[in-house]
Write a protein that binds this ligand. Structure first.
Ligand code: N01
Length: 494
């Protein structure tokens, strides 16, 4: 950029806060800023609606694996869940409803992408270029999502494929799978929901498994009419469900990740799930993981194994060599013809595209900083060199066992308190110190060492190329909430 936009430039809009993304994170930030009287903000969203990952993941069978009653804002419980684990359309409808009722939607700019955000140190402002013009903002709150940019597999010849090809998070609903030969690459959380659905309609389905996941039963159920009515009309009952689920998960999992013996019942449950779903010993062996349960995300399904065992499905464990215009060739030279290729191969988790667009005080991008330091932030939220930038669902805030909405609310509380501090103390900028950030992260990585994520013998997207877990939170979620309950001014430059 050759010039700094100024107040006089009519194409430039000034706002106090610019929020990137309108998923759970961005919406929560908008609502809580508004409540705090910080109503001068804009939410920039590249899609056409709120919802983030729940707007984008519309594949058949998409549902949450965190129980419904826990998967909502604490300040907006949902009286309308129909099942104990909610399907994607219900979650998206919930987010839309909360957004509508929040009275903040007038400040959302949809179909607008952030091109760059550069900190102008002299003006103590973020200069944010978007596809609809420039903003000058005191703070930028990036809620662009930790699992929002689909990752296509790098497989030789994939661009030459002549049939339909799409990613699980960009489902092409125009493609009718009935009677087709379909391949699904991947056996992660998305794939295991997709496979049972595709199996029911496709003529034939090949599932390409690189690593077998651990899959435990999904204790899902549709609420009875009476239970639904009670949940709808009795908010204390909703709260009781929520608290019960929350404590159940919270009490078990932090210990579980450190004490392998505690995980044995889960592993037995998963093995029983395989035996229940699959009769063929050869197929059973193929789907049995060779790493400790919990090392990768534990998946939940009652229908995945029976789908793999169906007559019209082949589980292919041979390495994929290349894709041809009409099929997939494996390392043993076998070519399997297909009409449709579905890649359920996950997301960019450490090289998040947004980080290439954020330029800090020293002139380097967040991506450049993180290529040196690894993906790291103070309390998952602030980064040295990047004054007045707040990340929602930043490094080491992910969970495998509980609700991300809880983490998001904790982060937003911290951010709103930071904004209040800026205002109260008449400060232009807040920048976390290198000392505070590195001490926080050294402690975090030390706690990470003994966990099953690091020691469980798997390779997962939780770990970066140096083997550091830069995605998950290693402590209890209560601790996270407590650590972020108040903005700690001491950790920031004077
Ligand atoms: O993605 P993933 P996902 N050749 O990265 C395989 C959340 N989520 O979309 O294990 C062949 O987990 C890869 O193999 P491997 C949840 O947090 C939640 O499924 O790396 N295979 C793996 O099997 C989840 O963890 C819900 O060896 C390739 C799969 O593709 C996160 O999103 C539902 C390959 C990718 O699995 C991501 O889940 C869905 C290649 N080149 C998602 N590249 C619920 O709440 C990758 N793979 C239910």
């Amino acid at each position: 950029m050759s010039h700094s936009p100024t107040r006089r430039d009519p194409s430039v809009q000034r706002v106090r806060h610019l929020v990137i993304g309108a998923g759970f994170g961005g919406l929560c930030a908008a609502i809580k800023l508004n409540e705090a009287g910080e109503s001068d903000f804009v939410v920039i969203e590249k899609g056409s609606d709120v919802g983030g990952t729940w707007r984008d993941n519309t594949y058949p069978g998409a549902a949450c694996d965190v129980p419904s009653q826990l998967y909502s804002f604490s300040f907006a419980s949902n009286p309308d869940w129909t099942m104990s684990f909610s399907p994607q359309p219900e979650i998206q409808a919930y987010i839309q409803r909360v957004a509508r009722r929040s009275g903040t939607l007038d400040r959302f700019e949809f179909d607008t992408a952030v091109l760059s955000a550069r900190w102008d140190d002299a003006a103590a402002r973020w200069v944010v270029e978007t596809t609809r013009g420039t903003y000058l903002a005191e703070t930028v709150i990036s809620a662009a999502g930790g699992l929002s940019e689909p990752k296509l597999p790098e497989i030789e010849g994939i661009e030459s494929f002549g049939g339909e090809l799409f990613h699980s998070a960009r489902w092409n609903h125009d493609v009718d799978l009935a009677g087709k030969r379909v391949a699904v690459i991947g056996t992660g959380a998305s794939a295991i929901q997709i496979v049972p659905q595709v199996q029911q309609v496709a003529a034939h389905l090949d599932v390409y498994q690189r690593t077998a996941p651990w899959v435990i039963p999904r204790n899902d159920r549709t609420y009875s009419g009476l239970e639904r009515a009670a949940l709808k009309h009795l908010p204390p009952l909703r709260r009781a469900y929520r608290t019960g689920i929350y404590w159940g998960r919270e009490g078990y999992v932090p210990a579980f990740t450190r004490l392998p013996k505690l995980a044995l019942p889960a592993q037995q449950m998963a093995r029983a799930n395989i035996r229940r779903g699959i009769a063929d010993p050869e197929l059973r062996a193929k789907v049995t993981p060779d790493f400790a349960i919990g090392c990768k995300r534990i998946l939940i399904s009652n229908t995945y194994y029976p789908a793999l065992a169906a007559d019209n499905v082949d589980l292919v464990t041979e390495r994929i060599a290349r894709v041809t215009p009409s099929g997939i060739v494996t390392a043993d030279g076998v070519e399997r013809p297909i009409d449709v290729l579905i890649v359920a191969t996950g997301f960019y988790t450490t090289e998040l595209p947004i980080t290439e667009h954020l330029v800090g005080r020293t002139g380097r991008t967040l991506a450049e900083r993180w290529s040196e330091t690894g993906m790291a932030a103070y309390k998952g939220t602030t980064v040295p060199e990047f004054p007045n930038l707040f990340l929602i669902v930043g490094p080491n805030t992910g969970l495998g066992h509980s609700s991300m909405v809880f983490m998001i609310e904790s982060q937003v509380a911290y951010i709103v308190d930071a904004v209040r501090t800026l205002r109260r103390e008449g400060l232009a900028a807040l920048e976390v110190t290198e000392d505070a950030a590195s001490a926080f992260n050294a402690d975090l990585q030390r706690r990470m060492q003994p966990t099953v994520w690091n020691t469980g013998g798997c390779s997962s997207w939780y770990l970066d190329e140096h083997g550091n877990n830069t995605t998950l939170w290693p402590r209890s979620t209560f601790t996270f909430k407590r650590l972020l309950a108040r903005f700690d001014r001491d950790a920031y430059h004077l």
